[in-house]
Write a protein that binds this ligand. Structure first.
Ligand code: PAF
Length: 279
């Protein structure tokens, strides 16, 4: 893959890269279409990265179907699929990891310690292997985007990060490979996440809430009353750069990111909303 990428670069081609863990859905296709539109060559990786899963998480049962993914890639115009085996990526005595301090410990990082070290490490490795000019990520993983953007900027990585909007089902549920785990009942109930995020955004923009703590408490109460099956893990209101908590919304100006994670049964879902607030 590295030799092919090197050749493509030498021959003046612009490379777009869409890293994935497979079990592709429309959200991934959306990234591929954007990349195809802006680049000469599209490389997609399909790799369920063991290093970003914690013990007890769903690494073993993460949905995998290479042939299905292959046809999705073919349809979307992917030029190269990079599909290595874990021991090709992490050889014996593997020792080097990339950690974006501080940002990686916030939000998701509190509940999934080490997860973003795994993400940053594999993305850095895949950037070195696929040598892209542009790499495409979904806004659904807002913290991943913030961390990888910081990594690229701090380490002077010669790749431009492109962020594409979260694709949603008609119900508002954010698309995710993990949605296949949801029962019909939970799939229905999970639409509350997008609903509550939109309500909170409107309340902030109309100046209804100045204190983030009260707003988060009310969001939690709303979710728990409407969907008793849902177990909310966290709601965070932060900036979108260093992911620092915003306590007082009244004098805050700039991008506001509201993120949350919740369990429906055993399935853990994340979602977020990003918008700009002016005073
Ligand atoms: O977002 C994902 O699917 C993964 O975290 C990524 C970026 C492919 C790295 O394994």
């Amino acid at each position: 893959m590295q030799e092919i990428a090197e050749f493509l670069r030498r021959t003046g081609r612009n490379i777009g890269f869409v890293p994935t863990m497979g079990y592709l859905h429309e959200g991934h296709v959306n990234l591929m279409i954007a990349a195809k539109d802006e680049c000469d060559i599209l490389i997609t990786s399909i790799f369920v990265n063991p290093v970003q899963f914690l013990p007890g998480e769903d690494f073993e049962k993460y949905p995998r179907d290479f042939m299905r993914d292959y046809y999705v890639c073919k349809q979307a115009g992917v030029d190269y699929i990079f599909n290595p085996e874990p021991d090709e990526v992490y050889g014996e005595n593997y020792k080097t990891f990339v950690n974006v301090n501080d940002l990686s410990e916030r939000l998701e990082g509190k509940y999934r310690p080490g997860h973003f070290t795994g993400v940053a490490t594999v993305v850095m490795k895949f950037f070195n292997i696929t040598k892209p000019h542009f790499a495409y990520f979904g806004q659904k993983d807002a913290q991943q985007v913030a961390i990888l953007s910081k990594m690229v900027s701090d380490l002077n990585v010669d790749v431009e990060i492109k962020v594409c909007e979260t694709l949603r089902e008609e119900s508002g549920l954010a698309m995710s490979s993990r949605n296949v785990y949801l029962s019909d009942k939970h799939r229905n109930e999970a639409t509350i996440l997008n609903e509550v995020l939109n309500v909170a955004k409107n309340k902030i923009l109309t100046g209804d809430y100045e204190d983030a703590k009260t707003l988060k408490r009310e969001m939690k109460e709303y979710i728990e009353t409407k969907t008793p099956d849902c177990s909310l893990q966290y709601i965070a209101i932060t900036d979108n750069y260093l992911l620092k908590k915003i306590d007082d919304l009244s004098d805050y100006e700039g991008e506001v990111l509201i993120s949350l994670a919740a369990f429906f049964g055993k399935t853990r879902l994340i979602d977020n909303i990003l918008f700009t607030k002016k005073i």
